[in-house]
Design a protein around this ligand. Structure first.
Ligand SMILES: Nc1ncnc2c1ncn2[C@@H]1O[C@H](COP(=O)(O)OP(=O)(O)OP(=O)(O)O)[C@@H](O)[C@H]1O
Ligand SMILES: [Mg+2]
Length: 150
């Protein structure tokens, strides 16, 4: 297998999904791409030039924050294991669409069943649901068991 794409949103569920993907990659001799999708802050149509400039700054900062988040999570989960390459990637775009696009040339897409969302009773979040429905490759929904069905 060539590439395993894992969705990272900063949640424990996505870290557990990454742990699973790294173990799987070892067995299959695959490369792991840990992908965090982030969205651009939107300028109001009647923003002043100064306010619009603020949005440019915000985009730069958002990209840096997104890169930092996914890099730190990869370091936390993989440590400095020289036998496993995990590429952290921050991509601007809606989460599900970005993951589905990245999965087009992947052998496996891995997401947590839930993420940062707070709606306790859901079994699947909107991103994992969309990935399950539209993935262009096999998809693994990783359930960590941290949420119990009531
Ligand atoms: N911005 C993102 N970038 C990359 N992967 C993501 C992103 N958001 C979610 N995911 C992936 O999808 C999994 C499920 O998250 P999802 O957002 O579907 O659930 P939720 O946050 O609990 O619910 P919702 O966002 O629908 O309120 C996460 O564990 C992660 O693997
Ligand atoms: Mg979410």
């Amino acid at each position: 297998m060539k590439k395993i794409v894992v969705g990272i949103d900063g949640s424990e569920a996505s870290k557990n999904a990454l742990r699973w993907a790294v173990d799987e990659a070892r067995l299959r001799d695959a490369q792991v791409v840990a992908l965090h999708a982030w969205e651009t802050p939107i300028a109001s149509p009647d923003a002043t030039p100064a306010q619009s400039l603020d949005v440019v700054t915000a985009v730069t900062e958002s990209h840096e924050a997104a890169s930092q988040l996914v890099t730190e999570i990869v370091e936390e989960v993989v440590g400095d294991d020289p036998n496993q390459t995990v590429t952290p990637l921050a991509v601007e775009g809606a989460a599900a669409a970005t993951l589905l696009d990245a999965a087009r040339d992947a052998g496996l897409l891995v997401v947590g069943s839930r993420g940062l969302g707070d709606f306790g009773a859901l079994l699947l979040g909107s991103v994992s649901q969309e990935c399950a429905q539209h993935a262009p490759c096999p998809v693994l929904i990783h359930r960590s068991g941290e949420r119990v069905r009531k």
